[in-house]
Design a protein around this ligand. Structure first.
Ligand code: GDP
Length: 174
């Protein structure tokens, strides 16, 4: 059995739903009061890829350190993909994605010299008080080199399983 280690970063402003996402993905639950310990931390999910291969998925959450926007190189080291999240009811969390992406492009470099692929998630799409339009997300995503963007609701479990299958099909991961 071959085991692959896949380090994926989860970045974005505080309160957008990152730890809920990790918790939902790893434990299959949405828990309103769940909160990870403060500090960079990771959760692991084992995926059985085939009879001969398994993938140890490491999800790194910036929990509690989002105010710095700039993360240390240690956090980025060895990461093969990134999930960037904002909250569709918070314009500032969307605007800050520009800074998150710049930091990522400067520090998370693959051995081939490219920056790591990043998916943009527009979370909390279950809420009515939305302030960020699909049109502006689309434009932002194209202009800033995201591989894809998706609307998600960690609460309703919308598009959550799909994200990491998109990730695992990326060139950097294979
Ligand atoms: P983090 O600071 O980015 O890790 O955000 P949390 O995971 O702590 O979530 C912040 C708040 O948003 C919590 O109260 C969650 O219950 C809530 N939340 C997370 N995802 C969703 C979602 O998809 N829809 C709604 N309505 N609330 C969500």
């Amino acid at each position: 059995m071959t085991e692959h280690l896949l380090k994926i970063l989860i970045v974005g402003d505080g309160n957008v739903g990152k730890s809920s996402f990790v918790h939902r993905y790893v434990n299959g639950q949405f828990n309103k009061t769940y909160k990870m310990t403060v500090g960079v931390d990771f959760s692991v999910k084992l995926l059985h890829w085939s009879d001969k291969e398994k993938v140890r998925l490491q999800l790194w959450d910036v929990a509690g350190q989002e105010r710095f926007i700039s993360m240390t190189r240690i956090y980025y080291k060895g990461a093969l993909g990134c999930v960037m999240m904002f909250d569709v009811t918070s314009a500032s969390s969307f605007l800050n994605c520009r800074h998150w992406k710049q930091d990522l492009d400067n520090k998370a470099i693959l051995p081939n010299g490219h920056s790591i692929p990043c998916i943009l998630l527009a979370n909390k799409c279950d809420l009515a008080q939305r302030v960020v339009s699909a049109d502006s997300i689309n434009r932002f995503s194209k202009a800033n080199g995201f591989v894809a963007w998706m609307e998600t609701s960690v609460k309703d479990n919308t598009n959550i399983g799909e994200i990491l299958s998109v990730m695992s099909n990326l060139d950097s991961v294979q």
